[in-house]
Design a protein around this ligand. Structure first.
Ligand code: FPP
Length: 256
C-alpha cells in the first residue's frame, strides 16, 4: 500500500511492498438468496456476515485498506423495502461491530455523498468515523451512497467553488491537486479491485482511483466470500505484472 496517491508516485507504488489496498464490489447477494428460495434481503444479511469474515481475514493478509461497495448512488432505484434494509444493515453493522473494530485499531471511513441520507444513518456514519479516527492499523472504507461519477462531479464542483471564491486558480489544477477533493482523498489508490459473482463490470466504483488497479473477477457469490476467497484474489494479484504504463525492468535490460 503506497503512502501517497498522485500519479507522480507511481514508481513509489511499484517499488513498494507495503500493505495492499483491496477494494471489493460485493455482488451476488440477491442470487444467493434466490438459489435458496429466500427473499433478497436475507442475501444482504448473509452478506454482512461475509463482510465481517473478510474484514477479519484481511487484517492478517497484508491488507492495509479494505474498501467495500455497500450502497451505490444507483441503488436508490431498488424497491423501497430493499433500500430500507440496506440502510438498516449499515446501522446494525456499526452498532454491533464499532467497539470491537475500534479496539482492534481499525479506522472506519464512509465514502460517498452524505446528502440524501436520513439523520440516523448520518449519525452512525459520523459516530463510526469519530470513534476510530485515531486508528492507524487498518482502514475499512465503506462506500455508501457512493458513485464514482458523482464523486468526481462533487470534487469538480468543490474545486470550481474555490476558484469562484478566489482561493484557487483553474490553471494550477493537476491530477494530484484534483484528487484531494475526492471522498477517497485520505486513502491510497486501490492496488486490487475484486468483483464477486462472476459479473465483469466496474459499475461506477472508484472510477478515478482504479486507474492502475489490477482487476480480479471471482465466481463466488458474496455471501459465500471470506478469507480463503480473499487469499485467492490476492494470489492472483501477485501473479500480475504491474507496469503503470512503463515497461518491465527485464525488457529495459534486453533493449539496452
Ligand atoms: C449486490 O448484490 C450487493 C449490494 C447492492 C449491497 C451489498 C451489501 C452488503 C453486502 C450488505 C452489507 C452492507 C453494509 C453497508 C454493511 P445484489 O443484490 O445486486 O445481488 P444480485 O446481483 O445477485 O441480485
Amino acid at each position: 500500500m503506497p503512502a501517497t496517491t498522485g500519479l507522480q508516485n507511481v514508481s513509489d507504488r511499484e517499488a513498494s511492498d507495503q500493505r495492499l489496498h483491496v477494494a471489493i464490489i460485493m455482488d451476488g447477494n440477491g442470487r444467493w438468496a434466490k438459489q435458496r428460495g429466500m427473499p433478497r434481503v436475507l442475501g444482504h444479511r448473509a452478506g454482512v456476515n461475509a463482510l465481517k469474515r473478510t474484514v477479519e481475514g484481511a487484517q492478517s493478509q497484508n491488507v492495509g485498506v479494505l474498501t467495500v461497495f455497500g450502497f451505490s448512488t444507483e441503488n436508490w432505484r431498488r424497491p423501497a423495502h430493499e433500500v430500507s434494509e440496506l440502510m438498516s444493515l449499515l446501522k446494525a453493522y456499526v452498532e454491533s461491530d464499532l467497539e470491537r473494530l475500534a479496539k482492534a485499531g481499525v479506522r472506519v471511513r464512509i465514502i460517498g455523498r452524505r446528502t440524501g441520507l436520513s439523520a440516523d444513518i448520518a449519525e452512525v456514519i459520523e459516530r463510526a468515523e469519530r470513534r476510530t479516527e485515531g486508528n492507524t492499523q487498518f482502514t475499512l472504507q465503506v462506500a455508501f451512497n457512493y458513485g464514482g461519477q458523482a464523486d468526481i462531479a462533487d470534487a469538480a464542483r468543490a474545486f470550481a467553488e474555490k476558484v469562484e471564491r478566489g482561493e484557487a486558480k483553474a490553471a494550477d489544477l493537476t491530477e494530484e491537486t484534483f484528487e484531494r477533493f475526492l471522498s477517497t482523498a485520505s486513502a491510497p489508490h486501490p492496488d486490487l479491485i475484486v468483483r464477486t459473482s462472476g459479473e465483469r463490470r466496474i459499475s461506477n466504483f472508484l472510477l478515478w482511483e482504479c486507474a492502475y488497479a489490477e482487476l480480479v473477477f471471482q465466481d463466488v457469490l458474496w455471501p459465500d466470500y471470506g478469507p480463503e476467497a480473499l487469499a485467492a484474489a490476492i494470489a492472483e494479484y501477485r501473479r500480475r505484472d504491474r507496469r503503470y504504463g512503463g515497461v518491465a525492468a527485464d525488457d529495459v535490460a534486453v533493449a539496452g
